[in-house]
Design a protein around this ligand. Structure first.
Ligand code: SAM
Length: 235
């Protein structure tokens, strides 16, 4: 077994902690997705990272097939070394991957802010094409809602967010210092060097309008936690 495989449980556990730092209500989001999705047979997780959520969805829906897509060589290596056989790991760029695999549930958690607005619109159209009638797209990300009271303002970072940013930087700093990941970190630099994150945070209204114009018959929020929210769009 490679040292990456030996260490992946630790890296993935600390990743999960970092993500929960960004999104403290992550477990409630996952519960909301489960409630809204019913019994999906085919699940697609876009920008699945090290596959932590894909693995949890495979546990939640043991008869479903789960496919996760990402393009980060480091995170893909962690995912491949750890996810159960029910989870397929695909390496692809969401900006160009077409068509997406067919699905009953598509999730994208903290992924779409990497993409420019026109790419998100295209991705929503591809998700609509990939989903079966009645299928569900859930997109959770930073989604400002100017209507929120000022203490929860989507435009102001929550108090814990600086700590989450620091934990994120530390996680990647430790990864950069780990010998077994040197080559993968170089590969990562190559991948993201030409694809800087767009850091686009569309409002809730923007995402709902984009989902509707992609063809979804219903779209609305199923979850909010401070500046983070989840759009659910029904095919
Ligand atoms: C903040 S991470 C979230 C990962 C995972 N969804 C989670 O919640 O743990 C964002 C993910 O999106 C992936 N990503 C960003 N741009 C992408 C693209 N163009 N194609 C595929 N994946 C992308 C990144 O590699 C990363 O794994």
């Amino acid at each position: 077994m490679s040292s990456i495989a030996l260490d992946s449980a630790r890296w993935r556990a600390s990743w999960d902690e970092v993500m929960t730092g960004f999104v403290p209500g992550l477990s409630l989001l996952e519960a909301a997705i489960a409630h809204a999705a019913g019994e999906p047979r085919r699940i697609l997780d876009l920008g699945g990272g090290p596959g932590v959520m894909a693995e949890r969805m495979a546990e939640r829906w043991p008869t479903a097939t789960v496919t996760m897509i990402d393009l980060d060589p480091v995170l893909l290596a962690l995912a491949r070394s750890a996810v159960p056989t029910e989870v397929s790991v695909l390496e692809a760029d969401l900006g160009s991957f077409d068509p997406l695999p067919e699905a009953d549930l598509v999730t994208a958690v903290m992924t779409v802010h990497y993409l420019r607005p026109e790419r998100i619109r295209t991705l929503y159209r591809r998700c609509h094409q990939a989903l079966a009638p009645g299928g569900l797209l859930v997109v959770a990300d930073l989604m400002p809602d100017e209507g929120l009271p000022s203490v929860m303002s989507a435009l102001n970072p929550a108090p814990g967010e600086a700590a989450a940013e620091l934990a994120w930087a530390q996680w990647w700093g430790e990864m950069a210092a780990a010998d077994e990941f040197t080559q993968l970190m170089d590969d990562r630099e190559e991948v993201f060097g030409s694809r800087p994150a767009a850091n686009f945070a569309g409002s809730v209204a923007w995402h709902i309008a984009a989902a509707r114009s992609a063809g979804f018959r219903e779209a609305g929020l199923i979850w909010r936690d401070g500046r983070h929210a989840a759009l659910a769009a029904l095919r």
